[in-house]
Ligand binder design. Sequence first.
Ligand code: S3P
Ligand code: PEP
Length: 426
Amino acid sequence: MEQLHLPAAHHALGAITLPGSKSISNRTLLLAALADGDTVIRDLLASDDTARMLEALSTLGVQLKNIGEHAWQVTGCAGSFPNKQADLFLGNAGTAFRPLTATLAFMGGHYHLHGVPRMHERPIGDLVDALQQAGANINYESNSGYPPLQISPAQLDVSQAIQIRGDVSSQFLTALLMALPLTGQAATIEVVGELISKPYIEITLNLMQQFGVTVQRDQWQRFYVPAATHYQSPSALYVEGDASSASYFIAAGIVAGDVTVNGVGQHSIQGDIRFAEAASLMGGRFTYGENHVRAEKTQPLKAIDLDCNHIPDAAMTLAVMALFAKGTTTLRNIASWRVKETDRIAAMATELRKVGAVVVEREDSIQITPPTQLTPNAIIDTYDDHRMAMCFSLVSLAGVPITINDPKCVAKTFPDYFKVFASIVR
Ligand SMILES: O=C(O)C1=C[C@@H](OP(=O)(O)O)[C@@H](O)[C@H](O)C1
Ligand SMILES: C=C(OP(=O)(O)O)C(=O)O
């Protein structure tokens, strides 16, 4: 297995530019593909997850043209993909798998959707249940509630409100919202129980609006999708830098120096921009600009106790920052970690213990007490989880060397991560 040895470092200084947001890239690609007209998308993320979406759309007959570095021209198919039969491999990209499931359920064709073995362990039952209420014809190929899926043509009816659970993943509601305008009819969605990861729904609604569909909502309980003929292309749009990817560099600045992260700023539509506030509760200082965030070390860091439901991805970065903070840090309301790229609560606990932390793992929270001195030369397993690899690179900033196993797993969202990280550490 490939390994990356990161030397001991003491300072993080300088400026970096983020790659595009995964969440915005994959939503924008799908909306542009479904829209009326051509869309030029600039600063699109180039990574495994977006490659899976691009491949899928191309297999479905959508015309996609690479017109420059990170720039694509998408010819929209006005709500109907040309190919009505397709086999789609979607890797481990939740932002491709869930929205494509809902879209294809309303497309009137025969589709087979599958992914890597871990994707087949990630739940999708709540989305399928919701789509079936609208008459969708979806079958599980092996385990009920999990991919792979077979989708067939169906008689659709959205005249009754569709109920959906949102307590396992917000991506199910995102998927349903993005697909419903394809029916042409007005529709109502009722969220059953607690909705998690709410800021991702804001991204969805914001981008749908940019493509001409305005959804009304009653708190987080009810969503009203208007009768729309098609999404309308906004002609051109830019993808913001990825706010979850920003978290590693904001953390580096706060624990070890002064780092400016270019590509996202105070008006970002991504919820993970709030990571800067969460991290600064430990100490340090951050300032937002129009298109950057600057993070600086100030006083020694102290432990925090925080509900992290609104920043599920960036909260992993807080778990590693806890190694630099005096006291016991508790991150709460993060049950969704267990159904992501790996069981992230278990993986985080196992690997944090390798550097000497005392970790208490609960069903939906994690508690981390750092040792007085971190254990040098730990060999960190990454579980094919990009965020495990990126998070643990920060340990080197405590002045201890660390080895990251399978570092290329960062390709899911940030293929150049270690090169960019190396450019700011001293
Ligand atoms: O909609 C999105 O773009 C995402 C939603 C979140 O998932 P959950 O809603 O499953 O928490 C997040 O973890 C994921 O990386 C991206
Ligand atoms: C949970 C993640 O990915 P996905 O979009 O596959 O859910 C993630 O990127 O941390």
